[in-house]
Design a binder for this molecule. Structure first.
Ligand code: ADP
Ligand code: MG
Length: 327
């Protein structure tokens, strides 16, 4: 294909491919609107996330990983609501038509889309500074969506996976720390190809009292649950250090690793609360969705977050979360 590919050739070549169809999609790419039909008794769940070059990623990032991540961060929002993904749209501004870049990007994008059996049903394509905006559409039984608002005093607080590795990768990427090849690769996978926790979100329907996905920092995002629910939290300060290899803890020190756990964003893990009596059911949901889940603390009647150290001493949360207009 030539460099002078037009807008419609570009859409046809890279984005309008026969996909394993999702039953909710009645009409996909090519008309003025896509048509979807959620199942009876289901609500539509909708979320958008934008990725801007220089802000969320660098021009040097592997396009396939970027394609994965652009969709993953959106699927993570559906996961946090307990919604089942159906379809997505892609609004794309490109500085130029670079067939190699587009081939890599669409490969990464569709690999993840196929893994979740969802279809690209439309979008918009224009020339401009590199910018990607995906909107995902999902469905959830009416009234069963997980929200930020239902946490109650006494509920346990849980997080999925290993939050902190993505921030560790960022620290290494910025040259503030050095990691050996194996640790760098592990950390970088968390940063560049996060796994959206869709299966866990579905398993938590009717079980979690609140849920959010971690994009801007674990405690900052937990703070949104606390605010919406009108409650506080006690968190075990060292509760997530055990996931890091001892060699890494000796080399970097626990202070940095604690900061990665609690303030690090970009992990796209789920933070959620559930009644203490639901502990066994949460374990079962984790097993059924093949997602590691760990209890990190408890909801309190007060407000704000207190970190409890190994000696039982409580400290007001010292970690600020990421804010695009503050940094
Ligand atoms: P309109 O002029 O009605 O906005 P366009 O001419 O921009 O439609 O797009 C033609 C078709 O291609 C539409 O169905 C639109 O949803 C789809 N489309 C455009 N850009 C993309 C894209 N980046 N990914 C997927 N579908 C796209
Ligand atoms: Mg258009």
């Amino acid at each position: 294909m030539g460099i002078h590919m037009g807008e419609f050739d570009l859409i046809d070549h890279f984005f309008n491919r026969p996909r394993p169809s999702n039953p909710a999609v009645e009409l996909g790419i090519g008309d003025d609107c896509a048509l979807l039909r959620p199942e009876p008794g289901m609500q539509l769940a909708v979320s958008s996330d934008m990725l801007v070059e220089g802000r969320h990623f660098l021009s040097t990032v592997d396009p396939a990983r970027l394609g994965h991540k652009a969709l993953a961060v959106n699927l993570s929002d559906l996961a946090a609501c307990g919604a089942s993904p159906m379809a997505f749209t892609l609004a794309l501004a490109l500085p130029k038509v670079d067939p190699d870049w587009l081939a890599g990007f669409s490969r990464g994008l569709f690999l993840l889309a196929d893994a979740h059996q969802i279809e690209l049903v439309g979008g918009d394509t224009t020339c401009g500074p590199l910018n990607l905006c995906i909107t995902v559409l999902g469905q959830v039984p009416t009234g069963q969506a997980l929200t930020r608002a239902g946490a109650r005093p006494g509920d346990d607080i849980y997080v999925s996976g290993e939050p902190g590795w993505a921030r560790l990768a960022l620290e290494a990427f910025r040259g503030r720390i050095t990691l050996d090849a194996a640790l760098w690769e592990r950390a970088r996978q968390h940063m560049e190809t996060p796994a959206p926790r869709v299966a866990l979100g579905l398993a938590l329907r009717g079980l979690a009292t609140s849920c959010i996905d971690v994009s801007d920092g674990l405690l900052g995002d937990l703070g949104h649950i606390l605010h919406a629910s009108g409650v506080g939290a006690e968190i075990e300060a060292d509760g997530l250090l055990g996931q890091f290899p001892q060699t890494l803890r000796s080399a970097q020190g626990d202070d940095l690793l604690r900061m990665c756990n609690w303030a690090g964003g970009d992990d796209y893990e789920l933070v959620f609360t559930a009644a203490a009596s639901a502990h066994k059911a949460v374990e079962h949901a984790a097993l059924a969705s093949r997602t590691p889940v760990r209890r990190i603390g408890q909801i309190t009647p007060g407000h704000g977050i207190h970190l409890i150290d190994a000696t039982g001493h409580a400290q007001v949360n010292p970690y600020a979360s990421f804010d695009h207009f503050q940094t």
